[in-house]
Design a protein around this ligand. Structure first.
Ligand SMILES: [Zn+2]
Length: 108
């Protein structure tokens, strides 16, 4: 499955909100992964979020959201099968993250 995914550092206020909510990354509906400032090279985090994007593409974004919430209610977030699968991607798969422009965005 070939997906167009963009990874960017969250703008300041969004970064602050993510810190308040305890989030290290956020996925937009447009397949952009926003990471906290300083986490642009955190390949494990990005790989995990890419797996969630793949899951969303497979199930459909709306159905994925509903299933994700229901599975969290049933199993808790740590044992949610979507999370278990996403954590299983933390192997040695190669991804390339490079920063270039002034916004430090990367396409992977
Ligand atoms: Zn996750």
């Amino acid at each position: 499955m070939k997906l167009k995914i963009k990874v960017v550092e969250a703008p300041f206020l969004f970064h602050q909100l993510m810190c308040l909510l305890g989030l290290h990354a956020w996925i937009s509906l447009g397949n952009t992964i926003y990471v906290r400032q300083g986490e642009l090279r955190n390949k494990s985090l990005i790989r995990h979020k890419i797996k969630h994007i793949e899951q969303m593409e497979l199930h459909g974004k709306f159905l994925f959201s509903i299933k994700y919430i229901l599975l969290c209610i049933r199993y808790g977030i740590a044992k949610n099968p979507f999370e278990v699968e996403a954590r299983s991607t933390l192997g040695d798969e190669q991804i390339s993250v490079k920063s270039g422009d002034k916004h430090r965005s990367s396409r992977i």
